[in-house]
Design a protein around this ligand. Structure first.
Ligand code: SF4
Length: 398
């Protein structure tokens, strides 16, 4: 018997587009500059085929969030991206009010493209500004300048996209507290519904990593000030912090990303995409060519999963603590007991309580959470209270 959409399980769907117009010096996401050898078309075909193979196992699911990320999805020719969006709608039984996000690089989208995305069903755009200072943008080797971003933002509004996220970065080489405040002030005046305000990490394998000794990084004290003053400015302009790096106007939290932090189910398709689906964590290979060949030749024995892992309860508990503590709502002892039948206070609370006096952790009723100050050093505190061998594969946001 067919189950109506209302009875279906909810799911977050993620599609990874591994293409960019150029590579930024700090980026360790799986992406590259495509040639004009038809690779974009081949990749989208492979993704569509891949979605088809999940039709049956997803028949009991109604995705309520879709996120096309990368890379730069808008580096695809717009009609190809629209074809992909239509295929998503054909392959899955999306909920009526689905949150449908596409990541966009301001240098790659004009009004015409925005309108096509909106007509195809995209209702949320995530734009990577990073900084409103053109010198900092050049340092990051971003393709766009502030003016390009502003034009793209206005075009998104003209195209009637009324839910926009803007990414802003702090800790950029050469950046000062004053310049971060200027960027945040500029962005809040434009009034996006959501702002991701996050710390630049120098990751191995990136050009920044190779020149890390020569980078004039602001240093931890300045970064702490950037973070704390940034939070205060955002709060004063109506953006409530709900996660370490995420701020939203009321009702505009990113429902897709919240699934990761809530340990809800999500299916990620495409090269390098991660999933937590049907009790398993798995990821597809970080190799677009292999990914495409496997889907073009289903009878050939080409392996596209890089890792598959059945999650043990012990790992689930560890991941839950690691991910839920990222949220300002933190963890409720009652909820923890309902999910795992375990006493949070005894398992973690005793160790977390050591950070209350310093103003890093707070407990309200049965709920444990980090203060903004604690958020800044949350990795350190979590490494003190968690046994990382208990935590499964990865941080899903990486
Ligand atoms: S545009 Fe985004 S995904 Fe592409 S290289 Fe730059 S930061 Fe990475």
């Amino acid at each position: 018997m067919r189950r109506g959409k209302l009875n279906k399980r909810r799911l977050g769907l993620y599609l990874h587009i591994p293409f960019c117009k150029s590579k930024c010096a700090y980026c360790d996401f799986y992406s590259f500059v495509p040639g004009d050898d038809g690779i974009c078309e081949r990749y989208v075909d492979a993704l569509i085929k891949h979605m088809e193979t999940y039709k049956k196992s997803c028949s009991d699911y109604a995705p309520d969030t879709v996120f096309i990320g990368g890379g730069t999805p808008t580096a695809l020719p717009i009609d190809l991206l629209v074809e992909l969006i239509r295929a998503v709608k054909r392959s899955f039984s999306l909920t009526k009010g689905v949150e449908f996000t596409v990541e966009a690089n301001p240098a790659t989208v004009g009004l015409k493209e925005m309108k096509k995305l909106r007509r195809a069903g995209v209702n949320r755009l995530s734009m990577g500004l990073q900084s409103a200072d053109n010198y900092e943008l050049a340092t990051l080797s971003r393709l766009h300048r502030r003016q390009d971003f502003e034009e793209a933002f206005m075009n998104a509004r003209r195209a009637k996209i009324d839910n926009i996220n803007v990414d802003v970065m702090y800790g950029v080489p050469g950046q000062t507290v004053a310049s971060v405040m200027k960027t945040l002030s500029y962005v809040t005046k434009l009034g996006p519904e959501h702002i991701s305000f996050y710390n630049l990490k120098i990751e191995p394998g990136t050009p920044f990593w190779n020149m890390r000794d020569r980078l004039e990084l602001p240093g931890e004290d300045a970064e702490y000030e950037m973070y704390m003053r940034g939070i205060a400015l955002l709060a004063s302009r109506g953006y409530r912090q709900y996660e370490i790096s995420n701020f939203a106007k009321p009702g505009y939290q990113c429902m897709h990303n919240i699934k990761y932090w809530n340990c809800d189910e999500y299916l990620g398709l495409g090269a390098a995409a991660h999933s937590f689906f049907n009790g398993n964590r798995f990821s597809f290979c970080r190799d677009a060519e292999r990914y495409m060949r496997a889907l073009e030749n289903p009878d050939a024995d080409i392996r596209i999963t890089d890792s598959t892992e059945q999650i043990t309860t012990k790992e689930r508990v560890g991941e839950y603590v690691m991910l839920r503590m990222r949220l300002t709502d933190g963890i409720s002892e009652r909820e923890f007991f309902r999910l795992f039948g375990k006493d949070f206070e005894a398992m973690y609370g005793v160790r977390l309580a050591r950070y209350i006096a310093g103003g890093y952790v707070e407990k309200n009723g049965d709920r444990w959470s980090f203060t903004p100050r604690g958020m800044f050093v949350s990795n350190y505190i979590l490494s003190e209270i968690l046994d990382f061998s208990d935590v499964g594969l990865y941080d899903p946001m990486s």
